[in-house]
Write a protein that binds this ligand. Structure first.
Ligand SMILES: *[C@@H]1O[C@H](CO)[C@@H](O)[C@H](O)[C@H]1NC(C)=O
Ligand SMILES: *[C@@H]1O[C@H](CO)[C@@H](O)[C@H](O)[C@H]1NC(C)=O
Ligand SMILES: *[C@@H]1O[C@H](CO)[C@@H](O)[C@H](O)[C@H]1NC(C)=O
Length: 444
């Protein structure tokens, strides 16, 4: 066993250090897939490893069948009941919209459980008749199709080994949302020249996600527009979910390329690989520093304990309870609209697709939007980030604004269906329903 691992290590790492070839990188390059971060438990925190459970699984058959009605309440009913309430109440801690979406960005770096499983397994979520959004005409037969996520194939075989969802990204805070969770993913983002991440026609933006297998490309529910055009290639599969998350991906993209350019000026003899890995190392360190020492303390109102050294016995796996609770917590703070401000902090009008101007980017019309007229240049993205940084988020409570909940409202002609019980398909007991679904819906 030890020999096999040593051999695998040599084969895997060998690609970086071919014997005899001159190796310009003298340090151990961090892998993209999270393997071997822990030298005892090589798999811990790696892409594809299973989520932890804090409480025992609760499946209908004890193995993998989700519990549903009548044992559990209808997810849509539950969602509407617990998350309805007034919008416009401000965060009690003055948390900003930027803080909320930075949280989503950090989450996308740590966990992804949205990739559908194979073979596909569908669950239909029954919509209560007369639902103002999905069944206004009281047909009574409307369902939201929901695909179960990927699981660890070594689980789900018996009551003593119930199904566990698998994390499709590394569980480490290692910049996988910027560079991808595999070597091939990172390669697909690189230009292989000057250590840069590949940009599109405008150097401030990555190229479009050409590889449909890489980036998730849901249709824009507002226009029906499909395909990868207008969606960027990021390290996070769902980094294009809305312009607010995209803005953070664009920020790290620009920061990487800025460092690659700086290093290239300082070290004219360095080649692409050296420039790329050095820039990556700096970007990840900066990102970790912001996340752990700036964002987390301000977000939790707690200072993390002093770092006392590496603890090899600590399993870094994310728990399914944490995923459901943190997403739910963040979504209660999403506002119905996000402002943009220019460099002197004046509010900027937002140009809609129909050329009218509104005061803010409406959230319900922004999911999976492509090429928004107000987000065409690097300055526009700056204006959005500035707006997010100076806007107080919604209150941390049980209320989801209707843009997130997916309920009626004439100001939003089309809304994504965002109301689903995520907990039951994972066999996690006692969790509130999560708001996200892999299927987008047009308003009937
Ligand atoms: C939030 O901001 C307001 C206005 O600046 C201030 O009065 C209040 O004390 C702040 N609250 C917290 C918890 O920082
Ligand atoms: C920001 O917008 C305001 C009003 O639209 C304008 O007066 C100001 O010059 C702008 N500032 C910059 C830096 O463009
Ligand atoms: C244009 O779009 C905005 C937001 O999508 C909407 O509020 C407005 O009513 C539309 N205006 C016209 C003239 O259609």
């Amino acid at each position: 066993m030890g020999f096999c691992l040593a051999l695998a290590w040599t084969l895997l790492v060998g690609a970086w250090t071919p014997l005899g070839a001159q190796n310009p990188i003298s340090w151990e390059v961090q892998r993209f897939d999270g393997w071997y971060n822990n030298l005892m438990e090589h798999r811990w925190g790696s892409k594809g490893s299973r989520l932890q459970r804090l409480v025992p699984a609760s499946y209908a058959d004890g193995v993998y069948q989700p519990l549903g009605e009548p044992h559990l309440p209808n997810p849509r009913d539950l969602s509407n009941t617990i998350s309805r309430g007034p919008a416009g109440l401000a965060s009690l801690r003055n948390r900003t919209v930027l803080g909320v979406f930075f949280g989503y960005h950090v989450l996308s770096d740590l966990v992804s459980v949205e990739t559908p499983g194979c073979p596909a397994e569908f669950l239909n979520i029954r919509i209560p008749p007369g639902d103002p959004m999905f069944d206004p005409d009281q047909h009574g037969d409307v369902v939201l199709p929901f695909q179960r996520s990927r699981w660890d194939p070594e689980t789900g075989r018996s009551p003593s080994n119930p199904r566990d969802p698998a994390n499709q990204v590394t569980g480490w805070l290692d910049g996988s949302a910027i560079y991808g969770s595999s070597h091939s993913w990172s390669d697909a983002l690189r230009s292989f020249s000057g250590g840069q991440l590949a940009s599109g026609p405008d150097p401030a933006f990555p190229r479009d996600s050409q590889n449909p297998l890489l980036m998730w490309a849901a249709p824009d529910p507002a226009t029906g527009q499909n395909g990868p055009r207008g969606l960027y290639a990021f390290g996070a599969e769902r980094g294009n979910r809305e312009p607010f998350l995209q803005a953070l991906g664009l920020l790290w993209f620009r920061y990487h390329n800025l460092w690659a350019q700086r290093l290239a000026r300082q070290h004219p003899d360095w080649e692409d690989e050296e420039l790329f890995q050095h820039a990556r190392k700096r970007v990840i360190a900066t990102y970790q520093n912001i996340a752990v020492y700036e964002w987390l303390p301000s977000f939790l109102q707690k200072t993390p304990p002093e770092y006392t050294g590496y603890r090899p016995f600590l399993d870094p796996s994310i728990s399914s309870e944490f995923v459901a609770a943190s997403e739910q917590f963040l979504s209660t703070m999403v506002p119905p609209g996000v402002y943009m401000r220019n460099a002197s902090c004046h509010f900027q009008g937002v140009i809609n697709r129909n050329s009218s101007v509104s005061r803010a980017l409406r959230v319900c019309n922004s999911y999976w939007s492509r090429e928004h007229p107000s987000l065409q240049s690097a300055e526009d993205v700056d204006a959005l980030l500035l707006g997010m940084a100076s806007q107080i988020a919604e209150r941390e409570d049980h209320v989801l604004v209707e843009d997130v909940r997916g309920t009626g409202g004439h100001s939003c002609p089309v809304q994504p269906g965002l109301i689903l019980a995520r907990a039951a398909p994972w066999g996690t007991p006692g969790e509130p329903p999560g708001p996200w679904t892999s299927v987008q819906h047009h308003r009937p």
